[in-house]
Design a protein around this ligand. Sequence first.
Ligand SMILES: Cc1cc2nc3c(=O)[nH]c(=O)nc-3n(C[C@H](O)[C@H](O)[C@H](O)COP(=O)(O)OP(=O)(O)OC[C@H]3O[C@@H](n4cnc5c(N)ncnc54)[C@H](O)[C@@H]3O)c2cc1C
Length: 533
Amino acid sequence: MKTLYEPASAGPAAPAPMSRHARPRAVVIGSGFGGLAAAIRMQVKGWQVTVLEKLDAPGGRAYVHRQDGYTFDAGPTIITAPFMLEELWALAGKRLADDVELRAMDPFYRIRFDDGTWFDYSGDIEQTRREVARFCAADLPGFERFVAEAADCYRMGFEELGSIAYDTIGDLIKASPRLFQMRGWRSIYKMVSGHFSNEKLRVVMSFHPLLIGGNPFSVTCIYSLINTLERRYGVHWAMGGTGTIVRGMVKLLESLGGTLRCNAEVQQIEVQSAPGARGRATGVQLAGGERLAADVVVSNADTMWTYKHLVAPEHRRHWTEKRIDKGRYSMSLFVWYFGTDKRYDDVPHHMMLLGPRYEGLLTDIFKRHKLAQDFSLYLHRPSATDPSMAPAGCDAFYVLSPVPHLDSGTNWAAEAEPYRRRIEAALEDTVLPGLRQHVVTSKLTTPQDFKDNLLAYKGAAFGLEPLLLQSAWFRPHNRSEDVEGLFMVGAGTHPGAGIPGVLMSAKALESVLPPMQQPQGAPRGDGLLPAGA
Ligand SMILES: Cc1cc2nc3c(=O)[nH]c(=O)nc-3n(C[C@H](O)[C@H](O)[C@H](O)COP(=O)(O)OP(=O)(O)OC[C@H]3O[C@@H](n4cnc5c(N)ncnc54)[C@H](O)[C@@H]3O)c2cc1C
């Protein structure tokens, strides 16, 4: 491991000197999946990378809470597109399987309706056809059409356009005919409704964008690609929890010579500028005053928070306060982590418990920013697959309720416990009988925590809402529009939230970083310079 920290000093950070025999220095702010993937890719390319993380452990939304013998992954639990992780490991000359055991889920998840009926959603097409027929046999031809259209969206949205950086308007112009061909202005719900007459099947086939903060009634139908991605490559569980992947990524980074520092909150991105010229990032200043010089700064922190709080307004011609405030932000989440002193073996690993309303509830959350009385829940029971997540004979759970971001004005300090109790009662009445008597450990995360702990603007769990006009070229670019030498990676940039999304953003980032030149005679990985240096 290398330590490349500049000591605290009083004057502005000077651009880092670049000798022919030193690697150019990169600071990555934040150790979410996107930040770690970017750091690994950059370290492989020849940068000397230091990742600075505000929290006491890496992972960001994939932080791990350990409490009373239970392990709770704070966020992502559904692992798709494992080949993207394999690619990262391969770049470093290693094998993912040596660090992480991925277990395929079957079924992927159970979707339970308010009337007690359920749909088991899986990657097995025959089994899915049987499930569709159980609800509405007349919709079977529509199911085949939907599968074909979702596969087209996958080819276009994931394979062709997913990892493009959308750095210039030309990138958008090149992509536009394909977006037009797919009629990308339709919402996924509208697309699905064209194929299915049964309302429950419409819900089953359209809810996926909620997993990445998109409202199925507003998000482009291109997101039906998730359906294909899951079917083609499966839904997986990382044994030991998602935190195992995070730890594996940190190990990968360190084996390449990169560094992770936790408890290191960046308070400012330092920018030098001549009058009238665009500023250039020269390093960062930490909350304690320490300063680190860098040739490039990559922010994996919430993009809007980065611009609003880490880059001084005089350096922001594009990301002005007005533009940031005008953006539409994704929903937030209320998450209750709890452990029981018994097992609920009838409950599958992943389960959606839908409430009485679909469109109405989503309108309350996304558009009216109102905390509704009813809710739809995602119930996670990792100990169904992985007994290591809870003490013997016990279960670890989390239950997640999509809620509005902080524009709702909800006082979460007062509302959290009553809201938790309502969820507990709903679970007790449906799938977890006797729950109240069996909860032995408990922890809550509210939208206020997304703001205070993860520094998420408005406490939004997934950054900017993935609307067509906030996607691709319209989303904050990987290469900052405002400051040279500043780059973005993670859920706030293209393509957006979700582990595959942020891993793709790290790939897109690579295409806009200053290219490296290999000085003659230099050994691989040493003496590399950004071109033109
Ligand atoms: C509850 C929940 C469940 C989810 N489930 C799934 C799922 O099952 N599957 C899936 O694919 N996706 C899921 N997602 C989405 C996915 O987790 C995220 O989109 C993804 O992990 C975000 O990664 P990121 O790279 O944007 O970084 P983040 O995880 O947002 O991490 C950013 C990091 O930056 C740090 N930071 C912020 N500001 C500073 C600063 N000033 N200085 C230093 N550090 C700073 C933060 O502490 C944080 O660690 C879920 C999200 C949540 C919240």
